[in-house]
Write a protein that binds this ligand. Structure first.
Ligand SMILES: [Cu+2]
Length: 205
């Protein structure tokens, strides 16, 4: 899905039109929002039927990096790649959110696709054979192009079924944010690998 970028305090309205042959919904993972906007089918809303549109509306309350995905037949819909990123930028200068020269987002997902087949096997729980970055697979992905001395932020979300240690060669980084928001400065130290567990986001700089 597209990366949605908004500014803290923005009121956001999203029209979700369901063109699938089955019901769906969208869960805005990590956002502070009214219960009815949380997107859990059968709990906080009626699922969006085929051909129907549901309008989500809420205020982006806190700056950070968030993910969104269906909460309806997740096994099928997430295994087919329904997921996306959401960035809420701070409205004013934030003591824990640095200004950066480059800001990259990567959403990890995984598929089980037999050779010669085009359709992921949706019932697989752990035995995947293709891991993708923003739904693309090397060499069909972009490199991270930066200038010497640029301050670089990379936001990595993991909506696969396995943890992924993310490792940089030749650079140290700090983990500056998680799903819960920016990390306190006292918790930051240099690393070259950080594990991004299932359902988590890690923001490194
Ligand atoms: Cu969630």
């Amino acid at each position: 899905g597209p990366t949605i970028e908004v500014v803290e305090g923005d009121r956001v309205r999203i029209f979700v039109s369901n063109k699938l042959p089955e019901h769906t919904s969208v869960h805005w993972h990590g956002q502070r929002l009214p219960n009815g906007m949380d997107g859990v089918s059968g709990l906080t809303q009626k699922a969006i039927g085929p051909g129907k549109t549901f309008v989500y509306e809420f205020v982006a309350r806190r700056p950070g990096t968030f993910m969104y995905h269906p909460h309806a037949d997740e096994m099928t819909q997430m295994a087919m790649g329904m997921m996306g990123f959401w960035i809420t930028h701070p409205k004013t200068k934030h003591p824990l959110i640095a200004e950066v020269d480059r800001d990259f987002v990567f959403l990890l997902n995984a598929y089980d696709i037999d050779p010669g087949s085009y359709t992921p096997k949706i019932m697989t729980m752990t035995d995947f054979n293709l891991w993708s970055w923003n739904s693309r697979i090397f060499p069909g992905i972009d490199s991270l192009n930066v200038r010497l001395n640029d301050k670089v932020r990379i936001r990595i979300g993991n909506l696969t079924m396995t943890n992924h240690p993310i490792h940089l060669h030749g650079h140290e980084f700090m983990v500056t944010g998680t799903d819960g928001g920016p990390t306190p400065k006292s918790t930051r130290w240099p690393e070259v690998t950080t594990d991004v567990a299932v359902g988590q986001m890690r923001q490194i700089e």
